[in-house]
Write a protein that binds this ligand. Structure first.
Ligand code: AMP
Length: 307
């Protein structure tokens, strides 16, 4: 088991300009687990669901080789539920409901089979819960990747700072990077975030791609221009899954490998947005992934003749 994922396994109800869904499968750990299985990387999820969570979703994970020993089922409880509505630009959304339910008292337990994970991905959760996971690992994983959001900056700043100080790679969106650093320039923001702890800072810019910062190095990639963007939910988590799984596959965590990982993460995220929820990413196989990576290569490779 190379990759340990701690995050939400959830029900989502999503509304976009193209339609709406009832309660469907969602959650950050769900997207990350599915994506790493496409890369053939063994992952394990630590999360909690209620007695209302269908066995078929658990089977889906198992069939993909995702270890779910760490998904606790609270029989008398209800699964975390999130509902959101996207604006016409699909870049912004309103959260309509967050029913924390069993996630409220989530006390992650790391099964022995997952203690040897090389990479730990901490999905967006209360930073105190994220920190407790690190404390429960017998050995510190070689790489700790953290996702967080503005909500925790507003409500749990001190503990979030403690968590960030112990992080190797932080992934946040541009708006959150500005809030975290108090800087408008993303270059200045990344510098300040480096100083908080993380050696690598990834700033996601939705349909405008992503930036990777490390010391004085910057790497930028676009998002694949897609004809149809249907539902951006889970794009950030799919990105994190592709990024982490690629690093797990390579077993190297240097800047050059992370540049490639950024491309894999973006390529995988470009699938997720094509249909509602996990529908599209669940259909993707290895050869779909390779063909999209080729498209990415064509999009970003060029020669310039100055004379
Ligand atoms: P993303 O679109 O990548 O930001 O992630 C969306 C996923 O995050 C959805 O599937 C939600 O179930 C999940 N999610 C939303 N809010 C939270 C929260 N406060 N804690 C944990 N997971 C959440």
């Amino acid at each position: 088991m190379k990759l340990l994922v701690v995050g939400s396994v959830a029900f989502d109800a999503i509304e976009t300009p193209f339609g709406k869904t009832d309660k469907i499968l969602g959650g950050a750990a769900t997207y990350i687990g599915i994506t790493s299985s496409i890369l053939g990387v063994k992952s394990g999820i630590v999360s909690v669901v209620g007695g209302d969570f269908p066995q078929e979703h658990l089977n889906m994970f198992t069939n993909r080789g995702v270890n779910i020993e760490g998904i606790e089922i609270v029989k008398e409880g209800k699964t975390f539920f999130w509902s959101g509505k996207y604006h016409n630009d699909l870049n912004t959304r309103d959260t309509l409901a967050t029913e924390v339910n069993v996630l409220e008292n989530f006390d992650p337990k790391i099964p022995n089979s997952m203690q040897d994970a090389e990479i730990l991905v901490l999905g967006n959760l209360h930073p105190g819960v994220q920190l407790s996971v690190l404390e429960k690992m017998n050995n510190r994983p070689k790489l700790v990747i953290l996702d967080t959001m503005n909500f925790w900056m507003n409500t749990a700043w001190d503990i979030l700072m403690e968590m960030i100080a112990k992080t190797d790679v932080i992934t946040i969106n541009d708006e959150e990077a500005r809030q975290l650093s108090g800087e408008y320039s993303l270059v200045k923001a990344a510098k300040k975030i480096h100083a908080m702890g993380p050696k690598y800072v990834i700033i996601k810019k939705g349909e405008h791609g992503a930036l990777l910062f490390h010391d004085s190095n910057v790497f930028a990639i676009p998002a694949l221009p897609l004809e149809d963007v249907f539902d951006p939910t889970g794009a950030g988590d799919t990105f994190a899954g592709g990024f982490a799984a690629y690093l797990a596959k390579k077993g190297k965590f240097d800047f050059e490998t992370m540049k490639s990982a950024l491309i894999v993460g973006s390529a995988m995220a470009s699938f997720t947005v094509e249909k509602f929820g996990t529908e599209r990413i669940e259909e993707v196989n290895e050869s779909d992934m390779f063909s999209r990576l080729r498209q990415f290569k064509e999009l970003t490779t060029f020669d310039v003749e100055l004379q």
